[in-house]
Design a binder for this molecule. Structure first.
Ligand SMILES: [Mg+2]
Ligand SMILES: [Zn+2]
Length: 208
């Protein structure tokens, strides 16, 4: 597990990416881009303590379903708290590492994890709904963006899907329960949690 490695600055934004143990079955299905806070783990205002990282119900079972069906899993997370100096990049990595450990305990490995440390007024190319992190994942991992899935609890996650020609699913965990988030995007589905979202994908995607 190499999530704790130093990060690199690539094409104007920082990434944290690793290759994990190869999947038992080669990924052949579209990539699933996953939001972190409020989607995989409990939403906490400006999370910075690894001890506060808790997987949401449905995360392990949902990711398991996606992996078993051959979908690469890539986390893309906006971390403006870094840009606002509310927590450090180091603290964020510690939280990511904790999440990765919790997933590893359930025998789930992510294919990539990318973060944007900027605030909206930076006008960077990576803060969702901008597509920079997805583009970087495409370059690093060879995943195809068109037709990829995006699962998240905010409109900006769903709108990332629009930008890459993919399919967006809003989950009602985190901010996804907020009608405002639901009103700011047009997801293909609104699901109760990650397991529901994964099930929806498996049921609705074309067969290979
Ligand atoms: Mg979120
Ligand atoms: Zn950014």
């Amino acid at each position: 597990m190499t999530f704790g490695l130093p990060t690199h600055s690539i094409t104007g934004f920082k990434r944290s990416h690793q290759s994990n143990v190869p999947h038992s079955t080669a990924p052949t299905r579209p990539c699933v881009f996953l939001d972190r806070d409020g989607t995989l783990i409990e939403e906490r205002h400006y999370l910075h303590d690894p001890g506060h990282v808790h997987l949401l119900p449905g995360t392990v079972s949902g990711l398991r379903l996606l992996v078993d069906h051959g979908h690469p899993l890539v986390v893309v997370t906006n971390q403006a708290g870094i840009g606002r100096s509310l927590y450090t990049e180091h603290q964020m990595h510690a939280c990511n590492q904790r999440m990765v450990e919790l997933l590893a305990a359930a025998h789930i490995a992510l294919d990539g994890l990318y973060f944007c440390p900027h605030i909206p007024s930076d006008n960077c190319k990576c803060r969702k709904p901008a597509i920079g992190m997805a583009l970087q994942a495409s370059r690093d991992l060879g995943v195809t963006l068109s037709g990829a899935w995006v699962i998240g609890d905010k409109a900006l996650d769903v709108n990332l899907a629009l930008g890459i020609g993919g399919h967006g699913i809003l989950v009602r965990t985190g901010y996804g329960q907020d009608p405002v988030q639901q009103s700011l995007c047009a997801p293909e589905a609104i699901c109760n949690d990650l397991y529901d979202a994964a099930s929806w994908i498996i049921a609705h995607e074309p067969r290979p």
